[in-house]
Write a protein that binds this ligand. Sequence first.
Ligand SMILES: Cc1cc2nc3c(=O)[nH]c(=O)nc-3n(C[C@H](O)[C@H](O)[C@H](O)COP(=O)(O)O)c2cc1C
Ligand code: SF4
Length: 428
Amino acid sequence: MPQKFVLLRHREVENIADIDVYIENGGYEALKQVLKMERSEVIDVMKASGLRGRGGAGFPTGLKWSFIPKNAEDVYIVINTDESETGTFKDHELLEYNPHQVIEGALIAAYAVGSKAVYNYWRGEYMDISYPCLWAVHQAYEKGILGENILGSDFSCDFYNHFGAGAYICGEETALLNSLMGELGQPWSKPPFPAVEGLYAKPTVVNNTETLANIPPIITKGADWYRSMGTERSPGTKIVCLSGHVNRPGNYEVEMGKVNYHDLIFGDDFGQGIPNGKKFKALLPSGGSGPLMNEEHLQVPLTYEGPETVGSVMGSASLIVMDETVDMVWAMGKATHFFKHESCGKCTPCREGTYWLDNLYERFLAGEGTAADIATMNDVAENMGGRTLCALGEFAKNPALSSIALYREDYEKHVRVSDGLPLPVAGD
Ligand SMILES: Cc1cc2nc3c(=O)[nH]c(=O)nc-3n(C[C@H](O)[C@H](O)[C@H](O)COP(=O)(O)O)c2cc1C
Ligand code: SF4
């Protein structure tokens, strides 16, 4: 099963980041089309397409747009280009090589909800790769595609690029909005939801970069075309970021439901297996934040619903592959340390839970972990679940919980080291 380039079209069309090449290849036709449509009709097409948000949670995009109150005076569109999840590098490729597709998608969203301003929130570290997008925005203004009376219509919209300072939590939509307003990048307790009170307390749509890149082809080719790809609950294509112990890491665009995780890691069209003849051990299917998957889980299809059947998530589809040499205590200790560092500290279960989990991992790695510590880690992690203000606290429990469930023997090896016992041999 080869890749299907809907979003990664720049790999087939050279220099599509340039506005003339983009237009020669059908670019901004979707925008022209929606300018002749009622706003509600555009939202209906998005609803019919079944597109779900690619930021991780998979919320239906058309439904999200429909929550914006009609005739609200100021409405904002915010593009989430924070791309802070570990192992995620897809939005980066889209904006570097085909920025107009994202700009066009955001403009269509703005038209549909009655917004006159789009903010693109980038993670600070992406400044170096942002120039093609900054240039694309400039070109779009020059061609009358951004600014006043776009393409001679009564629709006007501005586009602003904004760079954060590189905090994982600023990918969470309300922390992002706080950061954009110059406030401390901490989430707020919902409600109010951004659709009601978001940026500057005005109705706001926050969409992921990849989500918005889907919009122009959905408009030009139609909701039925979009639904002809993927599954009922997961229509369309998805960009998969493959990294770690694979021969061919990179971004791959696939029709959801047509490939499974095993294909993605081992398939000739994708990862081509584990380097140096090593065996597969574990997969983080959604960066550091989703529960681990083991070899038995790899047959599930890449869809929103597939990994759920084995207790995991598709999330942002950032696959981090680990071979047999990886000690899960070391690896999940790293993931936990990341969450401790990135926790904004606003709520107790996340602030304290990540701190104590990190301490326990340090104890194991210093050769001092005990069997009782494994139970304590499990307990601490379980008590974070469902008790935190935002999903970072949910994510932070997963490395410990899923690795203890699937790779307990790695923890037990560390306990043997602490107890001065020899490491187990096969069959021990
Ligand atoms: C800790 C945390 C980090 C997040 N990071 C990102 C991110 O980097 N990019 C992103 O699009 N969504 C991220 N999200 C999800 C956003 O809160 C939000 O759901 C998303 O931007 C909505 O867009 P979508 O509906 O198009 O997926 C994050 C959520 C959490 C809790
Ligand atoms: S869950 Fe963590 S990151 Fe989210 S608000 Fe609470 S302390 Fe901050």
